[in-house]
Write a protein that binds this ligand. Structure first.
Ligand code: ADP
Length: 261
């Protein structure tokens, strides 16, 4: 990937957290180390991380996601701080700066707000810091949320004029049918026409994730329309980012519709 100078990496809840919501420290450690290595080789990296609500729920000692909105937002508040502390610790260990950006749709869809956000991303990247992005779940209401970080990561890829969007998931690509239900499912290596994807998508069946496969395809479509390809790959071992850097192509590549302007 010689021409890739800036990537947005999105990591899902079931990759960042254990099943009980506790942060998966080994994985976050590997992720921060690999991202720092990519940065050291001259690539700008923006991280879009899910997981705050799961981490918050675990920290609050709850056994399941609260039904009450205010409690869920409290979990987001507690979990976001905790998650950021962990990211900051690992990034600092490896010599990277990082900075938190929490977004809501009303900001990104307002022209002035959008320009401010773009300028903040650019300033962080100029400082060689890793922007760590999430939706502002502790205050967001239904009308102003993206609702899933897949879509948010595509918007961030557009805002930062990224060359590639990488979505790291609990699954290692798009299959012709849900591999958790069909043992004979086959991975689709390349999607270059969003209008004729030959895959059956079933609803997300994880207790933690909010997106599912549909939102990942939608995110890839948003990115592709802006000339940005997307790779959907397994987040089980974040060192997979090295493979992508070396031009190997794990997972599913969603080709860009047109070259970037
Ligand atoms: P994440 O937490 O990484 O955002 P999700 O759990 O939300 O991921 O979405 C990935 C899940 O989508 C997979 O674990 C799989 O069960 C489901 N899925 C449904 N249809 C498909 C398909 N055709 N190919 C791959 N995964 C699929």
């Amino acid at each position: 990937m010689e021409n890739v100078k800036r990537i947005v990496v999105k990591i899902g809840t079931s990759t960042v957290c254990h099943a009980n919501g506790a942060p998966n420290l080994k994985r976050i450690d590997q992720l921060c180390r690999t991202i720092t290595d990519l940065k050291n080789s001259g690539i700008d990296v923006v991280l879009v991380s899910s997981g705050a609500i799961g981490v918050g729920i675990n920290r609050m000692g709850l056994s399941e996601r609260p039904k009450e909105m205010a409690l869920r937002q409290a979990a987001a508040s507690i979990g976001q701080g905790e998650l950021m502390r962990i990211y900051d610790r690992f990034f600092t260990d490896y010599g990277s700066l990082c900075g938190q950006i929490l977004l809501t749709k009303d900001i990104t869809e307002n022209p002035e707000g959008k320009n401010n956000v773009i300028a903040t991303f650019e300033a962080l990247l100029q400082l060689h810091a890793v922007p760590v992005v999430n939706e502002n779940d502790s205050v967001a209401t239904e009308e102003i949320v993206y609702g899933d970080n897949d879509t948010l990561s595509a918007v961030v890829a557009l805002f930062t004029d990224a060359d590639l969007l990488v979505i790291l998931s609990d699954i290692d690509g798009l299959y012709d049918k849900d591999p958790s239900k069909f043992a004979n499912a086959h991975r689709i290596r390349v999607v270059d026409d969003f209008d004729s994807i030959d895959a059956e998508i079933s609803d997300s069946n994880t207790s933690q994730g909010t997106g599912g496969m549909i939102t990942k395809i939608q995110a890839a479509k948003i990115a592709a329309a802006a000339g940005i390809p997307t790779i959907l790959a397994s987040g089980k071992n974040p060192e997979i980012l090295y493979e992508i850097q070396e031009g190997r192509q794990p997972g599913t590549l969603f080709a860009a519709g047109k070259e970037k302007a």
